[in-house]
Design a protein around this ligand. Structure first.
Ligand code: BGC
Length: 349
């Protein structure tokens, strides 16, 4: 079968290769791959800034934003042939740490977790893949090919879940949220902000086109320019760009008793100046919280599915700006100026 592979640590090594079909040891559910979402982490993997091959192998099958259809599953697995599914990305560490021990692998304390398509486990970028039934999520059939948005949505579902939990530390009635970055992560974060009943603001450097349109269709307000130029102090900021200047501005801009959630992974070597004294005074005197968030556990996939099902399906489908067939796989792995979410299609059904 065909799979998109990379050699971790070797830049631009992506290839479409014939590989062995997955063995039973990789999971009890056999899935025909339908689609794979491509994200910033995949670009980091391709440029050898990140990523680890499975032990004993030089290659890693790429892909963590999956969508597939069950080909075969044991009768007691909860899955049957034809089910639309996505695979959960992370697996708990073998120790396990306190988080992994209770199914909160997204909070792994010792870094010994593995991740499909990223860290020491092959990903979902192949015509067939296997997955453990307890790390597989069944999708509502009507989500169809929008199900490929489940994994990125799970990341934002976790971010919102943790924002709400942190907010519970005291009486808290947030009115607004600022999302920085109108890529797929930012837009899904904005969607969930609306679903939480908040006034939503999205800031991006792009001045026209689909991003402002999608934000306005959501009933949210679109901004360009610097965060520090905004004329209000957000109760919540979800930072999705990973850009140093945006992060520094956001630290300063977040409102009193506010929460700044860092959800974008920065590239290395971005320097900026920060008055630590000033930052400390602000956070202490205004009860500020800054926290980071990564990955998602099963609960977050469930929340993500609810959110995607409640969303306008037409709006969601506009997030997918390119669908590239497997024969032209290389095009999916190149960034385009107008891309929001690019999907590599393995099979139509
Ligand atoms: C994935 C997460 C993963 C993270 C770090 C992200 O792109 O969506 O599931 O935990 O990268 O490897």
């Amino acid at each position: 079968m065909k799979a998109v592979t990379i050699v971790p640590g070797k830049a631009n090594s992506a290839a479409l290769q014939e590989v062995r079909e997955p063995s039973q040891a990789e999971g009890d559910v056999l899935v025909r791959g339908l689609a794979l979402g491509i994200c910033g982490t995949d670009f980091e993997l391709i440029s050898a800034e990140y990523g680890w091959a499975p032990p004993g192998s030089s290659h890693l099958i790429l892909g963590h934003e999956s969508l597939g259809r069950v080909e075969d599953a044991p009768s007691n697995s909860g899955f049957q042939k034809g089910d639309l599914v996505v695979g959960i990305v992370r697996r708990p560490d073998p120790v396990p740490c306190v988080g992994c021990a209770v199914g909160q692998w997204d909070m792994c304390r010792n870094g010994q977790y593995t991740e499909r398509g990223i860290k020491e486990r092959n990903g979902f970028g192949s015509e067939l893949w296997r997955n453990e039934s307890n790390f597989t999520v069944k999708l509502e059939p009507h989500l169809g090919n929008l199900g490929v948005l489940m994994e990125p949505a799970s990341i934002l579902a976790k971010a919102w879940d943790h924002i709400a939990r942190i907010g519970q530390r005291a009486e808290w009635k947030p009115k607004n949220v600022l999302v920085t970055g109108a890529g797929p992560i930012g837009l899904l974060g904005a969607l969930m902000g609306k679903q939480h009943g908040l006034e939503v603001h999205v800031l991006d450097r792009v001045t026209e086109g689909l991003k402002p349109e999608l934000v306005s269709e959501l009933g949210a307000e679109y901004h360009t320019g610097r965060v520090k130029q905004l004329k209000f102090s957000p109760d919540i900021i979800i930072e999705c760009t990973g850009v140093a200047e945006v992060i520094v501005d956001s630290l300063d801009k977040v409102g009193s008793d506010g929460i700044l959630c860092l959800a974008g992974v920065s590239s290395h070597g971005q320097k900026d100046t920060l008055d630590v004294g000033c930052l400390n005074r602000k956070l202490v005197l205004e009860n500020g919280v800054v926290f980071g968030t990564v990955n998602a556990n099963r609960h977050h996939y469930e929340l993500a599915q609810k959110s995607l099902c409640q969303a306008d399906q037409g709006w969601l489908s506009k997030l997918i700006t390119r669908r590239v067939p497997l024969e032209r796989w290389e095009e999916a792995l190149k960034r385009g100026a107008d891309d929001i979410k690019v999907v590599l299609e393995f099979s139509k059904n």
